[in-house]
Design a protein around this ligand. Sequence first.
Ligand SMILES: Nc1ncnc2c1ncn2[C@@H]1O[C@H](COP(=O)(O)OP(=O)(O)OP(=O)(O)O)[C@@H](O)[C@H]1O
Ligand SMILES: [Mg+2]
Length: 308
Amino acid sequence: MADGTERRDDVKEDDVQDEARYAPPGEKRRDGGGRGDPNGGEKPQGQRNGQAASERVGEVGSGPPPEDTIIELRDLHKSFGDLDVLNGASLAVEDGTSAVVMGGSGAGKSVLLKHVVKLLTPDYGEPWVKGRRVDQMTGGELDDLRLSIGYLFQGGALFDSMSVEENMNFFLRRHSDLSEGERQDRIEETLSWVKLEDTAPKYPAELSGGQQKRIGLARAIVLQPEILLYDEPTTGLDPVSVRTVSELIVRLRDERGISSVAITHDLLCAEIIADRAHFIYEGKILESGSLEDLKHSDHPALRNFFGS
Ligand SMILES: Nc1ncnc2c1ncn2[C@@H]1O[C@H](COP(=O)(O)OP(=O)(O)OP(=O)(O)O)[C@@H](O)[C@H]1O
Ligand SMILES: [Mg+2]
């Protein structure tokens, strides 16, 4: 699709800028200070109608989501000029689970994800993460949030002029107060976790597409985040690499309890990682459920997407 490709190129450029903005330089705050009471004294609502967290989204203005909801996007609207991209998109992610967002090219998936870390702010609606309104965060509180969320950008966003090790060390130096020795240990441990220990001295151009994705993943987890956001973690990979990367994502959930949202077009990846799947269409989450529910939907947009 010609215009889809153009859009994708635009977005890649944006991603590089976003990556630079994502975790701005600054002192890492270890005391968790400056958070105050972000909820303005409101109490979490508890379970709504006894449903699992991922099945219900609160109303705008109804206060923080229940504690087992790690991310809740409520009725997000976002336009760029005349282009309405999000038009009431809502979803909730239960703590410790992996959510997948699927949808056509240009449907607004990357735009949706960027609201989770305030790379974009909504025109209307409420993005909640860990019981707090992300769009209202500034300064140290926003830095803390971004340090607790790893973001695997659609374009990978590794620095081409730095080796793998330098890429990771740069990130750690900027965003942690670990000593040089601790940084080296962390880099080694993280690279062995993605099974790419021997790539440390290599440059991104010397790696295969699958290895680059795994290094991008390593960099996203090197600060040991609580939440991971993946924008197309497997696009362009062969099925073996898709499986390797997807299984790493599952291990991050199962062994480290990391909650995640992954955007993907890739059915194999979605099958491996999705606890819950969401389909975005015309700026809204059209359906949420198991991947099987989505595959068997009668809605023409879903049938078209899944080719059923
Ligand atoms: N910062 C921006 N400024 C202007 N328009 C934007 C911006 N970011 C995204 N858009 C537009 O919003 C629409 C949705 O973009 P988005 O990147 O979310 O699509 P997507 O669903 O991630 O698509 P793909 O599957 O191709 O990555 C596109 O038309 C895009 O050009
Ligand atoms: Mg995208």
